[in-house]
Design a protein around this ligand. Structure first.
Ligand code: HEM
Length: 450
């Protein structure tokens, strides 16, 4: 039987097992990886193969339960979702985002989400395609033939530029230098660290940087209020019109700014890394682009005509999911697969392990965009592919991320060829899953397609 909650329709069976725990040695290995700032993912993969789709991670302060696989996904995201909380008051993410939609539960979450959704609708975003490829062209303006580019910071600047224009209707680029350090501090503030073991660990050195971001966002709200932007469709105007106060608008804007750009930064960087290390995939994507677009910049109507590029994006999201784990608190005693998850347990749902699950993905470690070719394979089984989560808290920015990623990659692949010697990339677990080493690509200008 899959999970039922103590509050659910079925009563909690009397004899439940504890969630399996690894040996003390495995626990020490996990702890060492965390403290050394290394990725926990190899440890989690090893524990998953040994213990299955539910196991505990023994840590000194608390022992979170890790869940993986489609049955766990359905349990957490849909069937028992009302028995989980997103908001964990002591977590840095709640302290940073205040009452942002990402860390609210219940009716207030649903209200905030409904208010911002119109600005994130695919049709709205398709109207921004020209602004997006103009941003890509500005980003690439310095990419001379044969020069080496360090991709991640450039994708970050590009993602911020696109996000501010499309969602906030402002040009953030003049302030970017001033805000850069603050944005990196905000990301570091919510990344895994010592606070997991010691929730009240002092976090000196953040206040000034975070205040600078608040000042920027509150000034933006003030300017929009003064301009009386009634009827405008950007998210700032929508939230002002809905009657939210400045602080609550700041919480939503900071949530969107961080959640909306750090994820796209990671996805674009991983996609360029995958395309650089797999020349056959890159050439096939370029051939598709040349056939559909010639040399012209991609427009909204072209996005559906680039199926292979779409498969590349999907496979990148499978193998390198920017949000690799979902973080919840069990609000009551829960049962999953005959195991008791006591109330108050932190539950981590691993998107990474699910999307590399050997029972559901053949050759799971292999990058193969053809897995998503509908003519060759049936679609993935339900709840085995969840890069944007699932259920009622499915990512609000999924449409934006898909339009943006396809467009940016299309423009870069049209203009450049690039390579990187094959190398095994380690993961860095920041707020998103990033390459641990800088991705440096040598860019070669392509002759214009005819
Ligand atoms: C590659 C890009 C992206 C990926 C992989 C991604 C992934 C996810 C995932 C997995 C969740 C669910 C987390 C959970 O259930 O614990 C989520 C939620 C969310 N995402 Fe994204 N995201 C991306 C882009 C964006 C963008 C562009 C925005 C905003 C512009 C955004 C804003 C949000 C917000 C606000 C939530 C919370 C939704 C809710 O709780 O109702 N994301 N995202």
């Amino acid at each position: 039987m899959a999970g039922v909650s103590a509050h659910g329709a079925q009563a909690m069976p009397a004899a439940l097992r504890a969630v399996p725990r690894p040996t003390a040695a495995a626990g020490r290995m996990a702890l060492r990886a965390l403290l050394d700032g290394r990725s926990l993912l190899p440890v989690l993969s090893a524990l998953h193969s040994e213990l299955g789709d539910a196991f505990q991670l023994p840590m000194p302060h608390a022992s979170p339960v890790v869940l993986a696989g489609p049955q766990a996904a359905r349990f957490l995201l849909v069937d028992a979702r009302a028995d989980f909380r997103w908001r964990i008051e002591s977590d840095p993410v709640a302290r940073l985002f205040g009452h942002g939609v990402l860390v609210e539960d219940g009716a207030e979450h649903d209200r905030l989400r409904a208010l911002m959704m119109p600005a994130l609708h695919r049709r709205m975003l398709e109207g921004q395609v020209s602004a997006m490829h103009a941003a890509v062209d500005r980003c690439c303006a310095q990419w001379t033939d044969g020069a080496v580019q360090t991709v991640l910071p450039q994708m970050r600047a590009l993602a911020l530029d696109i996000l501010a224009r499309t969602l906030f209707a402002v040009d953030i680029t003049p302030q970017l230098q001033h805000l850069w350090h603050s944005i990196l501090r905000a990301i570091k503030f919510i990344s895994p660290g010592m606070w997991i073991l010691w929730p009240n660990v002092p976090r000196p050195g953040y206040a000034r940087a975070l205040q600078r971001l608040d000042d920027y966002l509150l000034q933006l709200v003030g300017l929009k209020r003064a301009a009386g932007s009634s009827g405008a469709a950007d998210v700032v105007s929508l939230l002002i019109e809905a009657g939210l106060d400045d602080r609550l608008i700041r919480d939503q804007l900071l949530t969107l700014l961080v959640a909306g750009h750090d994820t796209s930064t990671a996805l674009l960087t991983w996609a360029l890394y995958a395309l650089a290390t797999q020349p056959a995939v890159r050439r096939r994507a370029q051939a598709e682009l040349d056939a559909v677009l010639g040399g012209a910049p991609p427009q909204a109507e072209h996005l559906q005509q680039l199926p292979y590029l779409g498969q590349v994006v999907k496979e990148t999201l499978r193998l390198y999911p920017p949000i690799h784990v979902g973080n919840r608190l069990a609000a009551c005693d829960l049962e999953f697969n005959g195991c008791l998850i006591p109330a108050g347990t932190r539950v981590l749902f691993s998107i990474y392990l699910t999307q590399r699950h050997p029972a559901h993905w053949p050759a799971p470690e292999h990058f193969d965009p053809d897995r998503f070719d509908a003519a060759l394979h049936p679609p993935p089984q339900p709840y085995t592919y969840l890069p944007f989560g699932g259920g009622p808290r499915f990512c609000v920015g999924a449409a934006m991320a898909q339009v943006e990623t396809k467009l940016v990659l299309a423009r870069i692949l049209q203009k450049y060829d690039f390579d990187l010697p094959p190398q095994r990339m380690r993961f860095h677990m920041g707020a998103t899953l990033e390459p641990a080493r800088p991705v440096r690509l040598r860019m070669h200008v392509r002759p214009p397609a005819v």
